[in-house]
Design a protein around this ligand. Structure first.
Ligand code: PHE
Length: 467
């Protein structure tokens, strides 16, 4: 290496260390694992996975989703954490820093920007659904579901959606909590609660699966989830499976890159990412195993849409001993799982505003909060006042959900993968990943360079009928 490039490398390294020092880091690898799992595990696993599995015919869809997690999600999760840790900036800033280091075009940073925007848009509707979960907390503790019939549960959910005022109220509470946590940087308290809430949610889910296992409908549920019937799979369902792999692992939305930017050196990215993905997938499958026996046992419709969780689980809570208490606790934990995701959805935008425009954290948070709140009204009204106002046959909520999950995330993810695999060089990436096993690095490197991008492209070609 020439003298000048040596000193350039030293300057880059010094800059990185200085930035790492200024921005603050996770206090340990364990805390990063908790935060990343907190981001990944949320409504995506417990609310969305079951209902889209129901809509897309079950087993074959689940298989596609698992394949996407393995071949696309996990390699990309590692890549995103690596980008963040090496760049030590908001997503756009980190991508620009790496591009500079590799001598690639600085325009790659646009992808970081798109990712941050994607996260922002997701947050606007995610907070509304988290609001539904919050609304169920007092209802369950108050015993409103005791002995409820499936029809009454459906009707009650419908009645909730019909009241925009309540939905706005609960959605606003979720947004406010998110803004407060992110704006004031009170993550300490959150770290503590994560330690108890994540395992708590897990135990309650296991309990629910056990309850569902003995209450009829379990075998049909297992068959529905795990015996693939490929005749039910359409090109669109493959795209939905791909999009959901991104959504559930918080990819291509800035979240994992931003969290990676607070990760101390010396932590194994590969091992931590793998653990996050395993925890995330396990929670989703458990949620499916808890919900579908209730669907079949009570003669409900698996493809009934976003209300699935909110209609089925209260029936079980209404029948079981201590159901009020267990049900109330379950929704409390669901709200917390959602909050640990919402803060990771907001953090990239705040990091970008404070680093790029040097605004204070509080100002950035208030500004984002105002825009998010207005956007969230569109999602609330999609279920009542504006339910008849559609574009391409979709409501505002539907459009935002599909735009972000099925398009922005997979295409943004494709861009990030190409950036890492082709715009950066192998030496830099190997150094930044710091994997202990050279063989594992090779495997990952080839996944990122070829398998992952080709799989994403294949899904889109399949969609337009070219495959
Ligand atoms: N992964 C979260 C969930 O499954 C949602 C999310 C998406 C969070 C993108 C952050 C970024 O609920």
């Amino acid at each position: 290496m020439s003298q000048s490039s040596l000193s350039a490398t030293a300057t880059l390294e010094a800059g990185r260390q200085a930035r790492a020092g200024q921005r603050g880091l996770w206090s340990s690898r364990w805390v990063f694992f908790l935060a990343a799992t907190g981001s990944a595990v949320g409504l995506g696993n417990i609310w969305k996975f079951p209902y889209i599995t129901g809509e897309n015919g079950g087993g074959a869809f689940v298989l596609m989703y698992l394949g996407c997690i393995l071949l696309i999600g996990i390699p990309l999760l590692m890549a995103e954490v690596m980008i963040g840790r090496r760049g030590r900036h908001n997503p756009a800033g980190s991508m620009a820093a790496l591009a500079r280091e590799a001598g690639a075009s600085r325009h790659w940073r646009t992808l970081g920007w798109v990712a941050g925007l994607t996260g922002f848009l997701i947050l606007s509707f995610y907070s509304v659904i988290a609001g539904w979960a919050l609304a169920y907390v007092p209802a369950l503790f108050g015993g409103q579901f005791t002995g409820i019939t499936p029809q009454a549960s459906e009707a009650r959910f419908g009645a909730m959606l019909a009241e925009p005022g309540m939905l706005v109220l609960y959605g606003t509470l979720i947004l406010t909590a998110t803004l407060a946590i992110v704006g004031l940087g009170v993550r300490r308290g959150l770290e503590q609660s994560l330690r108890f809430m994540m395992p708590g949610l897990f135990v309650l889910l296991l309990g629910l699966v056990a309850y569902s296992a003995v209450s009829g409908g379990f075998l049909r549920a297992v068959e529905f989830l795990f015996v693939p019937d490929f005749s039910k799979l359409t090109a669109t369902s493959v795209l939905v499976a791909l999009g959901h792999a991104f959504f559930t692992l918080s990819l291509a939305s800035g979240a994992m890159m931003t969290y990676g930017s607070y990760l101390p050196e010396g932590t194994s990215i590969a091992r931590t990412a793998l653990m996050v993905a395993v925890a995330d997938t396990t929670v989703a499958l458990l949620a499916g195993l808890a919900i579908f026996p209730l669907v079949f046992g009570n003669g409900l419709e698996p493809g009934s849409g976003p209300g699935l969780l909110f209609v089925t689980l209260p029936i079980a809570f209404g029948q079981m001993p201590l159901g009020m208490l267990v049900g109330g606790l379950f929704f409390v934990m669901l709200v917390i799982a959602a909050l640990t995701s919402t803060i990771s959805l907001l953090e990239p935008a705040i990091a970008w505003l404070t680093e790029r425009y040097r605004t204070t954290r509080i100002k950035a948070t208030l500004g984002c909060g105002a825009v998010l709140w207005v956007l969230s009204l569109g999602s609330v009204f999609s279920f009542n006042l504006w339910s008849e106002h559609t574009l391409f046959g979709r409501t505002f909520f539907d459009l935002l959900d599909k735009l972000t999950t099925n398009w922005l995330m997979p295409l943004g993810g494709l861009g990030i993968v190409l950036f890492v695999g082709w715009a950066l060089n192998e030496r830099l990436v190997r150094e930044a990943m710091a994997m202990r096993s050279p063989v594992m690095f090779r495997v990952w490197w080839w996944l990122i360079r070829l398998v992952t991008p080709l799989c994403i492209v294949a899904v889109f070609l399949n969609l337009v009928g070219l495959l």
